[in-house]
Design a protein around this ligand. Structure first.
Ligand code: FAD
Ligand code: NAI
Length: 475
């Protein structure tokens, strides 16, 4: 007889491992299956986020930001340095150690919460009276049964046709995090989140970085006032961004990659680079899941079809995170994972996609929540917007980092905050106040009346709220 569990989670990324822990907290017997291997072949739970996504990219962004500060900003503070150098091997080693701490942390949390972990690939076998049989193929093979199944198998990088990832010269996010020496020239296709973050890392360390973007607008999905400010800052830093290009061909040579493309004016162009990062979006990962065996529905993109509460077409089979619709963000996956565990327990949680924050961890950072000006205009909703530049913020001046602004948008009549958009220092942290405010349906005036510590960057959020009513105090 196979091992029986109340809940079997397939995938231990942020969606899966959090769902498993929450289900165990609620008193269920829980198994979590994940196939990711570390360089020694052992388990590495945490998914894309921990192994080749959020965590390692932020480790390299931190290292490269320190380097850039040392090179360009320390002198302003009177700090002299000579013979500045970067030991890329050591930087990568530190990043790997940070990843391992997180892998080990998840294994510890599984033990603490009595989640049974299986290292291997999980695939549907059949549905029966006791639930769904799942085959685990790892070092050993076995079949386990779950009354409820939560699929959290994540996503994979999309490649360009005819330019498969070799992770040596043509790199996905995986290879982009493992470049062993600073390339002289780096090409990036796609000026989305990964392109900007990874392009920034290697530019700060000395690479000449060219970003080729298919769309004519830079960061078209975000508030365009914020996007313009960010574009100005990135260009000033030396990131070369070409918009509206059409990639015609990518050819991998002995020691370089050549990209043939048509630029926005229709001219044929060629770019030769040492390394090329292709970051043109990600696709849902259902390979090896054997979804057909039980009739689990996928949409035309290959994503698992779910309703607003992450229910699939099959009873007691749920799916969360990157493998379903919605933004591909770790915290969105986590919220869905927790909500599914609570629904299995008969609770009624709610995930509001409108208050899921986004952050791009470049310098300046970009963060936003809620609606932007373009969206509100398209909806025909009347709004008031207020902005406050970091240039007028005392803490930003003291830090020597005054790029950017906070922008708040509120309903023209009710003053309810509809969106907050930030480009500037610690935008990733500042956005949390906006998320809380929007969850509590706060008005711009609520934020304007709340006491914010001085001097702090958060005063810029208060001032942006005052600006909605055209009464900033410091600008
Ligand atoms: P994943 O994290 O992809 O995890 C899925 C897991 O399931 C993997 O471990 C996989 O091995 C396993 N799996 C798949 N199929 C099977 C199977 N059949 N059997 C067993 N195991 C299986 N998001 C943010 O919010 N903030 C960031 O800063 C951020 N930075 C990123 C940087 C990069 C470079 C990338 C690529 C992504 C980044 N993301 C970030 C996105 C984030 O990583 C994803 O949204 C998140 O990991 C999705 O979580 P998930 O649990 O749905 O899937
Ligand atoms: P993305 O969707 O953010 O950006 C892809 C970009 O590539 C777009 O601007 C698109 O117009 C462009 N593009 C697509 N096809 C193209 C082509 N053929 N030629 C030229 N340009 C093309 O995708 P990305 O950067 O790959 O990241 C995937 C996802 O991972 C993100 O959407 C995000 O959900 C997640 N992520 C989140 C991070 C964060 O939260 N800080 C960091 C990194 C990734």
């Amino acid at each position: 007889m196979s091992k029986q569990f109340d809940v079997v989670v397939i995938g231990a990324g942020p969606g899966g491992y959090v769902a498993a822990i929450r289900a165990a907290q609620l008193g269920f017997s829980v198994a979590c299956i994940d196939e990711w291997k570390n360089d020694k072949g052992g388990p590495a739970p945490g998914g894309t986020c921990t192994n080749v996504g959020c965590i390692p990219s932020k480790a390299l962004l931190q290292s490269s930001e320190y380097f850039e500060h040392a090179e360009h900003s320390f002198a302003d503070h009177g700090i002299g340095l000579s013979n500045l150098s970067i030991d890329v091997r050591k930087m990568l080693g530190r990043k790997d150690a940070v990843v391992k701490q997180n892998n080990d942390g998840i294994l510890y949390l599984f033990k603490k919460n009595k989640v049974t972990f299986f290292h291997g690939r999980g695939a549907f076998v059949k549905a029966g009276d006791a639930g769904y049989d799942i085959k685990v193929s790892g070092a050993a093979e076995e079949v386990i049964t779950g009354k409820h199944i939560v699929v959290a198998t994540g996503s994979n990088a999309r490649s360009l046709p005819g330019a498969a990832f070799d992770e040596d010269k043509i790199l996905s996010n995986d290879g982009a995090l493992r470049i062993s020496e600073v390339p002289e020239t780096l090409g990036v296709i796609g000026s989305g989140v990964i392109g900007l973050e990874m392009g920034s890392v290697w530019r700060r360390l000395g690479a000449e970085v060219t970003v080729l973007e298919g769309l004519p607008t830079f960061l078209g999905a975000i508030d365009q006032q914020i996007a313009k400010e960010a574009h100005k800052a990135f260009t000033k830093q030396g990131l070369m961004i070409e918009l509206g290009v059409k990639i015609d061909k990518v050819t991998s040579g002995k020691s370089s990659v050549t990209i043939t493309y048509t630029n926005a004016k229709g001219a044929a162009c060629k770019l030769e680079v040492d390394k090329l990062i292709v970051s043109i979006g990600r696709g849902p990962n259902t390979v090896g899941l054997n979804a057909e065996a039980v009739g689990l529905n996928l949409d035309e993109r290959g994503a698992i079809t779910v309703d607003a509460e992450c229910r699939t077409n099959l009873p007691n089979v749920w799916a969360v995170g990157d493998v379903v619709r919605g933004p591909m963000l770790a915290h969105k996956a986590e919220e869905e994972g927790v909500a599914v565990a609570e629904r299995i327990a008969g609770q009624h949680p709610h995930v509001d996609f409108n208050t899921v924050p986004w952050v791009i961890y470049t310098s300046p950072e970009i963060a936003w929540v809620g609606k932007n000006e373009q969206q509100l205009k398209a909806e025909g909703r009347e709004f008031k917007a207020g902005t406050f530049p970091f240039l007028a913020n005392g803490r930003a001046r003291a830090m020597g980092d005054t790029t950017g602004m906070v922008k708040m948008i509120a309903d023209a009549k009710t003053d309810e905050i509809l969106g907050v958009h930030i480009v500037g220092p610690f935008a990733s942290e500042l956005i949390a106040e906006a998320v809380v405010a929007m969850e509590f349906k706060a008005s711009a005036e609520d934020i304007a009346r709340i006491c914010h510590a001085h001097p702090s960057l958060s005063e810029s959020t208060k001032e942006a709220a005052l600006a909605v009513d055209k009464r900033t105090l410091n600008f």
